[in-house]
Ligand binder design. Structure first.
Ligand code: DGL
Length: 255
């Protein structure tokens, strides 16, 4: 079984990519909704939530834990790899593919403030983007919009327009937060057809598939169970919007 977690619903975008890549794997998804958003929280707090979520997934039988959250990866991936007795797959904003795709050398990264302030992000930019201009956009309101299921309303559209107005000449936009892929149609419409949008979900799924092969993950029957530390009734409509259909959601208490 593959365990996947995020602060909320964003990690479902990675779950979708994993489902496409590994259709028979059994998946368990945990939205740490009671602590969402992670972005503005101190790194130490994100680390302790990530460890609690990872441990819970292992207790449920996860043989691989996927950190479907850039913010949690930036804060906690080393800790998770040292504390969890299973393989851990993390993720980071797609700066490397963005630089490869950019013709003008102007790349924008939409992410959380936690990701953008992290040492890992600084190292990523130094390693791959030293020769290009990197614009960083912390977009906490867009996390909120997605958590509210507002994937296509006027307020979301206006927020995106305001964010993108600050980076008019970027020719590549990196979705450095797993909450943002459902907003791709709006971001793309606002940025224009010449701007390339990079989502790392498929790359994370490919890495998960490699790890599954390495550890000999047995075939399952393609199940997906969803849990939240928040209120399932409140979250269910937004979950249905992000996933594309309703899914049963169970509350779990993870102190
Ligand atoms: N989905 C998350 C990420 O990829 C975090 C959003 C948040 O909780 O602030 O960074």
């Amino acid at each position: 079984m593959i365990g996947i977690f995020d602060s909320g619903l964003g990690g479902l975008t990675v779950t979708r990519a994993i489902r496409n890549r590994l259709p028979t794997a059994d998946l368990i998804y945990l939205a740490d909704s009671a602590y969402c958003p992670y972005g503005p929280r101190p790194a130490a707090e994100v680390r302790s939530r990530a460890l609690a979520c990872g441990r819970w997934l292992v207790e449920q039988g996860a043989q691989i834990v996927v950190v479907a959250c850039n913010t949690a990866t930036a804060a906690a991936i080393e800790l998770l790899r040292s504390e969890l007795p299973v393989a851990v797959v993390g993720m980071e904003p797609g700066v490397k593919p963005a630089v490869a795709a950019s013709r003008r050398g102007k790349v924008a990264v939409m992410a959380t403030s936690g990701t953008l302030a992290s040492d890992r992000f600084r190292a990523l930019v130094n390693a791959y983007a030293a020769d290009v201009e990197v614009y960083t956009l912390a977009c906490p309101d867009l996390v909120t919009q997605v958590e509210n299921g507002a994937l296509d309303d006027d307020q979301t559209r206006a927020l995106i327009a305001d964010y993108l107005a600050t980076i008019p000449d970027a020719d590549v936009i990196v979705l450095g937060c797993t909450h943002f892929p459902p907003l791709t149609p709006l971001i793309s419409a606002c940025a224009g057809p010449k701007v390339t949008i990079i989502d790392t979900g498929p790359a994370v799924a490919a890495q998960t598939a490699r790890v599954a092969e390495r550890i000999g993950l047995p075939n399952g029957s393609g199940t997906l169970r969803c849990y939240t530390t928040g209120d399932p009734q409140q979250i269910a409509p937004a979950l249905a919007n992000v996933w594309g259909e309703a899914l049963p959601l169970t509350r779990v208490n993870i102190p």
